[in-house]
Design a protein. Structure first.
Length: 295
């Protein structure tokens, strides 16, 4: 399997954007079946460069995350990015997880601090890590992995000191050995470009910063989703969603149009690629890629 750092370098040399998809482990067996047998194959028909699989709060989906990673790589021969968090893990436990990931021939890890179960304040695990930069460094010391980290164009929801303070942590993560950054989702491209310019000019961050994008499926769902992650919904977008209301079919159609326009500008202005938060659904993401001529 390829390292994502090499995929990014190859695409840059070819003048093409990297395209990646993110999945989360379902909570039910029925959801597992739908994801593995229906949605992933439909999305992979769009020929992404890699896929990432999230890690539940406190490591609650640890085994299922690795199962999906293994399935994507073995069945579809596509590089997978395994998420790994600091929550509820000692250094020795993380060392064991790295061995499992290596045994699956997975070469790529997204190193995250993670969220505490129940949504409470983050508490470092005794014998573990307090910051994601420490996790990045530990991974680097215990294997040849391509390591990615998260970036937050609007600042992390848990940081009360604002986005400029939050952005300082990105420099620490890159200095610890991160190869690339995947951002939290956003709906105003100005936030992404301000973030990229600031960390490059003020902090010397030169690794690729891949924007995270989501195609809205319903007004209610995206409202809940943004409240959880701290992303803002711009006033004009909020007004349009209020007008659509509970018409999910109209919301999906509008979501495809909005994401298409957003992605067009991101690529036109030099973003290295697009990372789609698929919400474990295929249709909208595939339609956006078709509109962009990338599917």
């Amino acid at each position: 399997m390829k390292f994502i750092r090499d995929i990014l370098a190859g695409k840059k040399a070819a003048g093409k954007p990297v395209v990646s998809f993110e999945f989360f482990p379902p909570k039910t067996g029925e959801g597992d079946c739908a994801l593995l047998e229906k949605h992933i194959p439909a999305l992979l028909a769009a020929r992404p460069d890699f896929c990432s699989v999230t890690y539940g709060a406190g490591g609650s989906t640890r085994e299922k995350t690795l199962m999906i990673v293994d399935r994507i790589q073995r069945q579809h021969r596509l590089p997978a990015l395994a998420h790994l968090t600091c929550v509820n893990h000692t250094r020795e436990e993380v060392r064991g997880l790295l061995e499992k990931i290596r045994a699956l021939d997975c070469k790529n890890i997204l190193a995250l601090r993670g969220d505490s179960p129940g949504g409470g304040a983050f508490q470092p695990t005794p014998g573990g890590f307090e910051f994601s930069a420490q996790l990045v460094q530990f991974i680097r010391e215990h294997g040849d992995f391509s390591v990615g980290v998260a970036g937050f164009p609007e600042g992390h929801i848990a940081n009360p000191n604002g986005k400029l303070d939050d952005w300082q942590h990105l420099r620490e993560k890159v200095a610890a050995g991160a190869d690339f950054v995947i951002t939290q989702l956003f709906f105003d491209n100005a936030d992404y470009f301000e973030f990229c310019d600031y960390v490059a000019e003020k902090m010397g961050v030169r690794v690729p910063v891949i924007p995270g994008v989501v195609a809205i499926l319903s007004a209610a769902q995206i409202t809940k989703f943004t409240q959880m992650c701290g992303a803002k919904i711009p006033p004009a977008l909020r007004q349009r969603l209020d007008e659509i209301g509970t018409n999910d079919e109209a919301a999906m159609k509008f979501g495809i149009e909005y994401a298409t326009r957003q992605c067009e500008e991101l690529l036109r202005r030099g973003a290295p690629g697009l990372h789609f938060y698929t919400l474990n659904k295929a249709h909208s993401t595939v339609e956006v890629l078709k509109n962009l001529g990338l599917a």
